[in-house]
Every structure is written in structure tokens, then in C-alpha cells.
Ligand binder design. Structure first.
Ligand code: COA
Length: 141
């Protein structure tokens, strides 16, 4: 469970720098880790972009995605000294609950396979590697 004093709430415009700083401290960099990309994401369903705060300190994030077909999860990151407290699990379950209410019946997660503990985390959250698919990506520039 999240400790007393922690708050889970949607990301706000004024949180963008804190989010970038959390990602820089706690997860592998991605090309879309920019203030512009986060601001664009905040133009829609912010209730799926959830942050965990310990007082004034941002300690975890998750971004859910709903395209009307599948629920997706991106940018799950927990501050290193806040790991193994159930925070990651709680954020994923909250996003799943909200996505289910929107109509999602199947979830996919992009798993960073070089992150220590990531595959174990997703396995423990009920996600299985799908041997029939591989991720293909294209940058549109
Ligand atoms: C992966 C990550 C999000 C897990 O967050 P967390 O808050 O520590 O996870 P939880 O405490 O909710 O763990 C739930 C369960 O996942 C499994 N798990 C989590 N981290 C693990 C690790 N390092 N090794 C083995 N199992 C792990 C355990 O079964 C754990 O339950 P337990 O603590 O009762 O044994 C966190 O380590 C992280 O931010 N890593 C860097 C970024 C990343 O890898 N993001 C996900 C990839 S997209």
C-alpha cells in the first residue's frame, strides 16, 4: 500500500519539469522524454497520467493510453528508494481500473527488458510475454 502522506493524482501542467527529473533519475531515457511531448499528452485524458507524491516529492509515474481498442501502459517509473513498497503495482492497478471503466478489455505494456526487475514486475502484475508479436516502431519526425 502507498504510505501515509502519499498522494496519487493526475499530472498537471506545472508538474512537467518534476516528471522529466523523475524519469532521468529512475528509468532509461526515451526519445519522447521532452516537455513538449508531455504537454501534448496532457491535452487528453489526464486521469490516465498518474503521479505519486510523497509530500512535495514526486516519487512515481505511469501513463495509461486508451485508443478505443487496447489499454496501454507507458512510463511506469518508481524513484529507486521507493521501490518494493507496492507503489508500481498500485499505479498499474489504478490505470487498469480506469481503462476498464473506459471500455478496455485487454492491456499491453511496453516492457524495458534491460531494466532490472521490470520483467519480474510485469509477470507479477499478471502480464505475460506474447511470443506471437514483436514491437516494430517508426519515428514520424
Ligand atoms: C519496475 C518498477 C516500476 C517496479 O516498481 P515497484 O514499486 O518497486 O514495484 P512493486 O513494489 O509494486 O512490486 C510488485 C512486485 O513486482 C515484483 N518486482 C518488483 N521489482 C522487482 C525486482 N527488482 N526484482 C524482482 N521482482 C520484482 C515483485 O514480485 C514485487 O512484489 P514483492 O515486492 O511483494 O516481491 C521499478 O523497479 C522501476 O521504476 N524500475 C525502473 C523503470 C522500469 O523498469 N519501468 C518498467 C518498465 S516499462
Amino acid at each position: 500500500m502507498v504510505r501515509d502522506g502519499m498522494e496519487l493524482r493526475p499530472c498537471r501542467d506545472e508538474d512537467i519539469e518534476a516528471v522529466l527529473s523523475l524519469w532521468a533519475r529512475s528509468t532509461a531515457p526515451r526519445a519522447s522524454d521532452t516537455a513538449e511531448a508531455i504537454a501534448l499528452r496532457l491535452e487528453r485524458d489526464r486521469e490516465l497520467f498518474i503521479l505519486a507524491w510523497d509530500g512535495l516529492k514526486l516519487v512515481a509515474s505511469v501513463i495509461g493510453g486508451w485508443d478505443g481498442w487496447r489499454g496501454n501502459i507507458y512510463r511506469l517509473a518508481v524513484e529507486p528508494e521507493y521501490r518494493r513498497m507496492g507503489l508500481g503495482r498500485q499505479l498499474v492497478e489504478l490505470v487498469e481500473l480506469r481503462l476498464r471503466a473506459m471500455g478496455a478489455r485487454r492491456m499491453t505494456a511496453l516492457v524495458l527488458i534491460d531494466e532490472p526487475g521490470a520483467t519480474e514486475f510485469w509477470g507479477s502484475a499478471g502480464y505475460a510475454h506474447d511470443p506471437d508479436t514483436e514491437r516494430y516502431a517508426k519515428d514520424l519526425g
